[in-house]
Design a protein around this ligand. Structure first.
Ligand SMILES: [Zn+2]
Length: 513
């Protein structure tokens, strides 16, 4: 390892409030062996240090690497031919998609992330068969080969993997199917529904190997897939396991109206309230989506210190709705962000995702206060660092932190003119894009230089991916695709017209009368 002085017209060190940040003009960051030693004025640091390399110039902004706090797959469902649909239909529609090698998929995702300034991915991986230790190693190897940081959690399910609605889950849907379809449906789910002991043993194997932070760029977390997808016994056991290994928990929650209605049908309360009854919530827990939370759910989240991961693109693409982020921020709930299966551009450009979040919550009415650029920046850096298990290692540019640094070219942001009164944080979130990312450093190592990956040969990766996917669908993929089409009419019947009776939304964008 070596030392580097990273120079920029601005260094965004950290966000200090909803409308303030510590920014150094004509600044620099000096790092040695992956640790940030000092941040200050460039002319001051160049006098006192003798770095092995100086990168950047007054044409760049220097900022912390971004954290994608919720990610699942490499090649997106859209790329594999599954169009955007309401989540409940989409889960079935994509059943027949081609299977992609886990190593190649994660390497591809990592390259997209790094090239657009994301230095940490929270990989939450699902599969149609249980994920084994060899699969986990493949995923972690992909991250290691690319240089990205990874926070890993296998998504755990022991019930209702594909179905949850106002009339129940798996069992209730199966009871409405002709017997041959019901049998196929149950056998499709069966391989994932391991016993609680088997699930715990699998998760514990991962934690035993990776939860002790022996690898600087790897963290492990516990990831029950969703409240309705896990039995209470499993949820409690996973919570205990997370406590034992002192790791965080990431869980999908009330992503769609149907998931909310499942809670009301099953427990007479929302999933969030049910988790609260189980003693599951707390500052170690991040609830993904949380689109359909109630006012009292938000109060419980705030009171327990529970976090929310906002997945704006995913919620728009799958017709899930818009999470009440303004309400979360008002109650002081920590919000992170992620790309889920894709992002608004289908390319995991977190800068564009940040811009979407900046503008999505602008509810009409001058009394409404949407997130500021500073708050969105906070979501994508220090908040994501916290939730992904990297805690205070990353997320800001301060002495003692690890050197995860992005150099963003100011050309597209400031030229031909940008009023000097516009803050650099606003400028980056309003105008920055992945293509402006010039250089990316993870733990002091340059993994993207002049917009090109230093560790991965992108041409051969694309060639290999293309080669693995340019093939006719396998008999199993064809069978799954046909099966999902057969189920579709029953899904319409099962979910019915659910939204009708629900009351006042958190946000009001328009009105009929
Ligand atoms: Zn997800």
């Amino acid at each position: 390892m070596a030392s580097t002085l990273v120079r920029g017209k601005y260094v965004i060190c950290q966000i200090t409030g909803p409308s303030s940040a510590e920014v150094i003009s004509d600044g620099a960051v000096f790092q040695r062996d992956g640790e940030i030693i000092e941040v200050g004025r460039y002319d001051n640091l160049i006098e006192r240090y003798n770095p092995d390399e100086i990168i950047g110039s007054p044409s760049y902004v220097v900022m912390p690497g971004l954290v994608d706090n919720h990610f699942h797959v490499g090649i997106t469902p859209f790329q594999l031919g599954a169009p955007d649909l309401p989540l409940e239909l989409w889960l079935f529609d994509r059943m027949g998609s081609k299977e992609v090698d886990l190593y190649l998929a994660h390497l591809y995702a990592a390259t997209q992330m790094l090239k657009s300034g994301t230095t940490t991915m929270s990989a939450l991986t699902a599969s149609i068969t249980p994920i084994e230790m060899d699969d986990v190693k493949k995923i972690l190897k992909a991250a290691q080969d690319s240089g990205i940081r990874i926070s890993y959690g296998t998504l755990i399910v022991d019930q209702n993997r594909l179905v949850a609605g106002p009339k129940g889950g798996d069992k209730e849907l199966a009871s409405q199917l002709p017997s041959d379809l019901a049998t196929r449906f149950k056998s499709y789910m069966a391989p994932l529904y391991l016993s609680v002991e088997e699930h715990i043993s699998n998760v514990e194997e991962v934690l035993a190997n990776y939860a002790d932070n022996r690898y600087e760029r790897i963290r492990a977390i516990v990831a029950p897939s969703n409240v309705h997808r896990c039995s209470d016994e499993l949820l409690i056991a996973l919570k205990e396991l997370a406590r034992k290994y002192k790791v965080g928990i990431h869980i999908h929650l009330q992503e769609t109206v149907y998931q909310k209605l499942y809670g009301l049908y099953t427990w007479g309360k929302t999933s969030l309230q049910h988790l609260n009854d189980l003693g599951f919530l707390g500052p170690d827990v991040t609830c993904a989506h949380s689109v359909w939370v109630t006012d009292s759910d938000i109060e419980v989240m705030a009171a327990t210190g529970t976090n929310v991961c906002h997945l704006a693109s995913s919620n728009l693409r799958l017709q899930s709705g818009i999470a009440p982020v303004n309400c979360f921020l008002k109650r002081g709930i920590r919000v992170t962000l992620g790309t889920d299966e894709a992002s608004i551009n289908d390319d995991r450009d977190l800068l564009q995702e940040m811009r979407l979040i900046l503008k999505l919550h602008r509810v009409p009415g001058i009394e409404n206060t949407p997130p500021t650029a500073y708050q969105v920046f906070q979501m994508a850096t220090v908040n994501g660092a916290y939730s992904s298990g990297f805690g205070d290692h990353i997320g800001t540019l301060e002495p003692g932190k690890r050197a995860d640094i992005v150099l963003l070219n100011l050309l597209n942001i400031e030229e031909p003119y940008l009023d000097p009164e516009v803050s650099i944080v606003d400028a980056v979130i309003h105008r920055g894009r992945g293509i402006d990312v010039d250089t990316v450093m993870v733990d002091g190592e340059i993994v993207v230089r002049d917009g090109r990956l230093t560790r991965v040969d992108i041409e051969s990766l694309y060639k290999e991916l293309k080669g693995s996917l340019t093939r006719p669908p396998s008999p199993q993929e064809i069978e799954r695709s046909e099966f999902s089409k057969q189920l579709e009419p029953y899904l319409y019947h099962f979910y019915g017209e659910a939204i009708g009776g629900l009351s006042q939304p958190h946000y009001q964008y328009n009105a009929r009368y």
